[in-house]
Design a protein around this ligand. Structure first.
Ligand code: GUE
Length: 281
């Protein structure tokens, strides 16, 4: 039996329709998102233009600030401070990665937590653990929405996460823990990956290695979430999971493209709308 494909594109589209209604309720307040793009990395440009198109489609005001890769840290911080004070802007996203001479931590910490729609600021990271009003990182939060949509309740399940980044792996574990999963983190230093991943009821791979997860890595009936973004020999986008093999064994599985990616952008819109709603209260 082959697994059900979790259609991220479709779930994302449905959530975007719901967001349109929420935006309409804001009446004369237009949610605003500022995106700061440094340098001319082609991949970054592509993602940023996808984000802008998504904003446009929903009637979210989007402001793009393009800076050369020679921009100094203090110039970048000044731009962030101005956006913190800009009443038209409810969300600020600084596209990562940044040029090497700029401290990612300093930049993230300069964004006002109430506008940090990426959920990367330590205040938001902390509140994810301790509670309180926070923005959750878009990719893991989008995955939680996909699980909900599939009627997968993490409570009592064993969730295994491969990857320990601040952007995906770590917050993914926190969100699943919040929902009652037993969480295992695996990463590049894990001695025997398959021993752990084979225990997973829910497996999330966020590593960036093509075909890292094969059928031998998963348990029959597992829910498999692929956050990887890699290119195969033909230059086509593919994930960490060998989809063909694993879909024969999993109960549900996300494709790449069309899985987690579209949900990431949707959750960015979601956080921006939420920020505007908080602002209007
Ligand atoms: N501050 C910051 N926040 C981010 O959220 C952020 C970032 N920096 N830097 C780069 C990564 C990457 N990222 C993606 C979002 C959507 C897709 C996406 O929609 N992908 C489509 C396919 C796109 C294609 O065809 O190339 C899909 O998977 O179906 C991919 C990647 C957000 N990022």
């Amino acid at each position: 039996m082959s697994a059900e494909m979790i259609d991220g594109k479709k779930i994302a589209q449905e959530m975007r329709e719901q967001l349109k209604d929420r935006i309409a309720q804001l009446q004369d307040l237009t949610p605003g998102l500022a995106v700061i793009l440094t340098g001319d990395n082609q991949a970054s440009k592509t993602y940023v233009s996808m984000k802008q198109k998504a904003c446009e489609a929903l009637g979210i005001y989007s402001k793009l600030i393009e800076l050369p890769d020679t921009v100094t840290q203090s110039e970048l911080l000044k731009v962030i401070h101005e956006l913190n004070d800009d009443a038209k802007i409810h969300g600020i996203l600084v596209q990562l990665p940044l040029p090497d001479h700029i401290s990612e931590t300093s930049v993230i910490e300069a964004i006002h937590p109430s506008k940090d729609v990426d959920g990367f600021h330590p205040i938001n990271v902390g509140r994810l653990q301790t509670g309180g009003e926070a923005f959750y990182p878009c990719t893991p939060n989008g995955i939680m929405k996909m699980l909900e949509y599939q009627n997968v309740d993490p409570a009592g399940k064993h969730a295994v996460i491969v990857g320990r980044s601040n952007i995906v792996g770590k917050p993914m574990g926190q969100l699943l823990l919040k929902r009652g999963a037993t969480v295992t983190y695996c990463h590049s230093k894990t001695a025997d990956l398959a021993i752990h991943t084979k225990q997973a009821d829910i497996l999330v791979s966020a590593v960036g290695v093509k075909d890292l997860i094969t059928a031998d890595h998963i348990k029959k009936g597992a829910v498999v979430i692929d956050v990887g973004m890699n290119r195969n020999d033909e230059g086509k986008l593919c994930g960490d999971v060998d989809y063909e093999e694993c879909s024969m064994k999993a109960s549900a599985i996300t494709p790449v493209p069309g899985g987690v990616g579209p949900m990431t952008i949707t959750m960015l819109l979601f956080n921006t709308v939420e920020s505007a709603e908080r602002f209007s209260r």
